[in-house]
Design a protein around this ligand. Structure first.
Ligand code: ZN
Length: 503
């Protein structure tokens, strides 16, 4: 009932009303059908959101699987073929139930015309945990269609249930409008993204020469606009190398009243070593890192000039005035295309309330470096370990110190002017009436690199939602205009990409 009457929605740019005369006919038909089917599309999202597919909660695993089956029924009704629920085996430890199966990956095809290009679309159907006690205004697994604000609210609305179903809506609108689908579509929908995409890398490697063998391009819709006004295409992600420095000395924790001043304390050594890693102005002090960073090109400078962003947005996001840079270009470059080093914590140290007089016997300092092109992970690790060893040696301490890599994830950077990005850029102009900002992300989506390397194709990140959607937070939302325009954008991108000469 609450799905009816969604008429007056405010889009950032209402292209359809401003410039409808200029829209080419094949898009006109498609766009009209998308508008017409809006209530049905929202109903599908509502049904999907109603399934609490929280991948991190073992007790909810049957619900995650149920959502996979829900998608299968949708795909079947839309004429997708070769639909497979790929099992990924048992979930590796740590896990309470050693027999817990990972949720399946949903593979399917729409069309298999050898004359057409094949596009693989990735999305995830699992969601972050959510409960009303966390502070939600409404029940998180009941989609609220807020006509006044023009928003869909519920867990998964923007991350990633809304965008994932977007691809199905593109197919449905084509079918119902009688428009030929421009490409062969392959879906790869996983149910474990919010819990580290366990098993997916292996599946992609295995299917690279099987199910995915004809894939020309990969499109992922699982990130967000930089802000709330301007659509973006994303062409880069930073990687992450995570380290720990372990300092140990005494056999057990000691009392400072008894041992303070007469033994070498591990914590003092660790704090000194960690203090040499980075300056208060964010400058990394490990020698040799700057030399590995790819120089900024003049073309890159142009990209940054165009981007809609300000210091105020950073201050709002951090809830403070603690920014290290004031200029837009400096802020964005240091978030996206330069490395950063963060100190995260100390395991083994006293961290509770009060004034405990302990001398910790063994402490592990955690820090990570966000990596960018052309940093080499192995070389970086060597530089970091050498730096920590050298700094510790300067202390002349009888304690033992060791630095090690805990894990690394690769960075990713694509050519933002290749055929896929050009197609998506044209599609954005058609739907929103503006050229998209070309953005990168400071964080990581490791599966992006896996797709690119295993399938040897280009990957496009095509976000649907806005920067303030609250993906992992309470009251997660997707603006209805972003949802509807996002579906149009996905469809238009497929058409333009199909027309492009190169892959
Ligand atoms: Zn996501």
């Amino acid at each position: 009932m609450f799905l009816r009457g969604l008429t007056s929605l405010v889009a950032p740019v209402q292209r359809s009303t401003i410039m409808s005369a200029q829209i080419p006919t094949k898009f006109d038909q498609f766009f009209k059908k998308v508008d017409e089917l809006k209530p049905e599309f929202i109903d599908v999202v509502a049904q999907a959101v109603a399934i609490p597919a929280v991948s991190s909660d073992e007790s909810l695993r049957p619900q995650v699987v149920k959502k996979a089956h829900f998608l299968v029924s949708q795909l079947e009704s839309l004429g997708f073929t070769d639909i497979q629920l790929k099992p990924l085996g048992l979930q590796p430890p740590p896990v309470t139930d050693p027999k817990l199966e990972l949720p399946p990956v949903v593979l399917s095809r729409y069309g298999s015309d050898p004359k057409k290009k094949t596009v693989l679309v990735y999305g995830h159907y699992d969601v972050q945990p959510a409960s009303i006690e966390d502070g939600w205004d409404t029940e998180p697994f009941t989609l609220v269609v807020d006509e006044e604000k023009g928003q869909l609210r519920g867990r998964g609305a923007t991350d990633d249930t809304g965008p994932l179903t977007g691809w199905l809506h593109v197919v449905r609108a084509h079918r119902e409008a009688g428009i030929e689908f421009p490409v062969n579509l392959i879906t790869c929908f996983e149910g474990m993204e919010e819990s580290g995409s366990l098993g997916l890398e292996e599946l992609i490697a295995k299917e690279a020469t099987e199910y995915f063998k004809d894939v020309d391009a990969v499109c992922i819709s699982d990130n967000y606009w930089l802000g709330t006004r301007k659509p973006v295409l994303t062409y880069g992600l930073r990687g992450c190398n995570y380290y720990q420095t372990i300092v140990e000395g005494p056999k057990a924790d000691l009392h400072s009243g008894v041992f303070g001043g007469i033994i070498a304390e591990p914590m003092i050594d660790l704090v000194k070593v960690m203090g040499t890693l980075v300056d208060s102005d964010g400058k990394i002090q490990v020698k040799g890192i700057d030399e590995m960073v790819a120089p900024v090109t003049s073309k890159e400078h142009e990209i940054y000039e165009e981007i809609d962003f300000s210091l105020d947005e950073l201050n709002n996001a951090s809830g403070s005035n603690t920014a290290l840079y004031t200029k837009k270009e400096d802020i964005l470059m240091h978030r996206w295309r330069y490395p950063s080093l963060s100190l995260h914590g100390v395991e083994g140290a006293f961290s509770a309330q009060g004034a405990k007089t302990v001398i910790p016997a063994k402490v592990m300092g955690k820090f990570s470096i966000r990596t960018v092109p052309d940093m080499d992970s192995e070389k970086l690790t060597k530089l970091v370990i050498d730096h920590c060893d050298k700094e510790f040696a300067k202390l002349n301490s009888p304690n033992k110190c060791k630095t090690e890599l805990i894990h690394d994830g690769a960075y990713w950077a694509s050519d933002p002017h290749n055929a896929q990005f050009s197609a998506a850029s044209k599609a954005t102009e058609l739907v929103y009436g503006v050229k998209p900002d070309l953005t990168r992300e400071g964080g990581s989506i490791p599966i992006t690199v896996t797709f690119q390397d295993e399938l040897k194709t280009s990957v496009l990140l095509l976000p649907m939602g806005r920067g303030d959607d609250g993906a992992h937070s309470i009251n997660e939302k997707l603006d209805i205009s972003n949802f509807i325009n996002g579906i149009k954008l996905m469809g238009a991108y497929l058409h333009y990409y199909a027309e492009s000469k190169e892959n």
